[in-house]
Design a protein around this ligand. Structure first.
Ligand SMILES: [Zn+2]
Length: 155
């Protein structure tokens, strides 16, 4: 479980999903890679549960940059939604090869534009950054809340 005490928010992700996301990300070494996060909020909107990922059909990844295209993603989201109307787009994940899971200025701009996108029905997008090197993996879960980025702490 991850939490932001100040905001009373909690987040969970299943270990199997998390390890498969990490595996997929690391396969693209030395380039960054990423995808979309799917799941649901609790009724009170305070507890977030990440259940699935969708990988981009088209993307550009270099050691310091990851850009995903959203082509075809809406159809895949619709499939999740049809299976379970509680499942929707929550945010995105990407890797930082040989680096820490700290958001770059590009990452901050990206999450800002998601939060302020008129066609995206999510005010508080989540961003998972997977920092890794040969010996360890570090995760950073963030949420954009009222135009500010907060980090979830693990406990
Ligand atoms: Zn980044």
């Amino acid at each position: 479980m991850y939490r932001i005490n100040k905001l009373g928010l909690t987040l969970e992700i299943e270990d199997t999903l998390l390890s498969s996301i990490i595996d997929i990300g690391v396969q693209h070494y030395p380039n960054e890679f990423g995808g979309f996060l799917i799941g649901n909020y609790s009724k009170e909107q305070t507890h977030l549960s990440i259940t699935d990922t969708i990988l981009p059909n088209k993307y550009k990844g270099t050691p310091y940059l990851f850009e995903r295209d959203t082509v075809g993603i809406n159809d895949k989201l619709k499939q999740f939604y049809e299976e379970d109307p509680k499942k929707y787009y929550l945010g995105e994940w990407h890797t930082h090869p040989n680096n820490l899971p700290i958001p770059s200025s590009t990452d901050i701009n990206a999450i800002n534009s998601i939060a302020n996108h008129p066609e995206v029905s999510i005010k508080n997008p989540v961003m998972l950054i997977i920092g890794y090197n040969k010996t360890k993996v570090e995760l950073g879960f963030y949420v954009q809340f009222k135009n500010k980025l907060y980090k979830y702490e693990k406990n």
